[in-house]
Design a protein around this ligand. Structure first.
Ligand code: S3P
Length: 185
């Protein structure tokens, strides 16, 4: 498959909270020998506080502005890194075209029940601190899925896969993408 030259060379991981972006990002980083960054961590370091605190003190809208700033920086960067984006980043329409230009976008798709099992008891996701987190997860995933799918170059259904299989699926895709008729076959 020919490379899309309108995209940066980064690998961008998207998906709902708890879909495995951070852990798969680390494993991919090791396998591909590329640096990995997490946009939530970038924001926390800049604001010198946690995502929960940012939501509580300044509101979700403020957090989304910070997310957009980081996205622009990734789009305007050179070099090649792996980035894990926050689960809500692809939702805003204006973010979607920027994400597509940031690099090859991999959507880690997980079922609501998988997310719920992984995140029950988690206190670091402000959007899930509610009476019925499973219902909230179902609602958010059904609203967000079209946005994730629009951004994705590759969708990996992660529910039944080992982490190593997810990493292999991504690496195979990336290698195929870098392959063209002159250099492959
Ligand atoms: C959010 C996901 C979180 C974090 C914030 C909002 C969301 O990131 O950005 O709590 O809107 O889904 P993770 O997907 O890394 O948990």
């Amino acid at each position: 498959m020919a490379k899309d030259n309108s995209k940066n060379n980064n690998i961008i991981l998207i998906g709902f909270m708890g879909s495995g972006k951070t852990s798969i990002g680390l494993k991919l980083s090791y396998k591909l020998q590329l640096a990995v960054e997490d946009t939530d961590k970038i924001i926390e370091a800049r604001e010198n506080t946690s995502i929960s605190e940012i939501f509580a003190a300044k509101g979700e809208g403020y957090f989304r502005k910070l997310e957009l700033e980081v996205l622009y920086e990734i789009k305007n960067s050179s070099g090649r890194k792996i980035y894990s984006l926050g689960g809500g980043t692809p939702v805003q329409l204006q973010n979607q075209s920027i994400i597509c230009k940031c690099g090859t976008v991999i959507y880690l798709r997980a079922k609501p029940e998988t997310i719920y099992d992984r995140l029950k008891g988690d206190t670091t996701r402000p959007l899930l601190q509610c009476d019925d987190p499973l219902a909230k997860i179902r609602d958010l995933i059904s609203k967000r899925s079209p946005a994730y799918e629009r951004c994705a170059d590759l969708i990996v259904d992660v529910d039944e896969l080992e982490q190593s299989e997810i990493v292999d699926a991504i690496v195979n895709y990336i290698n195929g993408e870098n392959c063209n008729e002159d250099t492959c076959n």
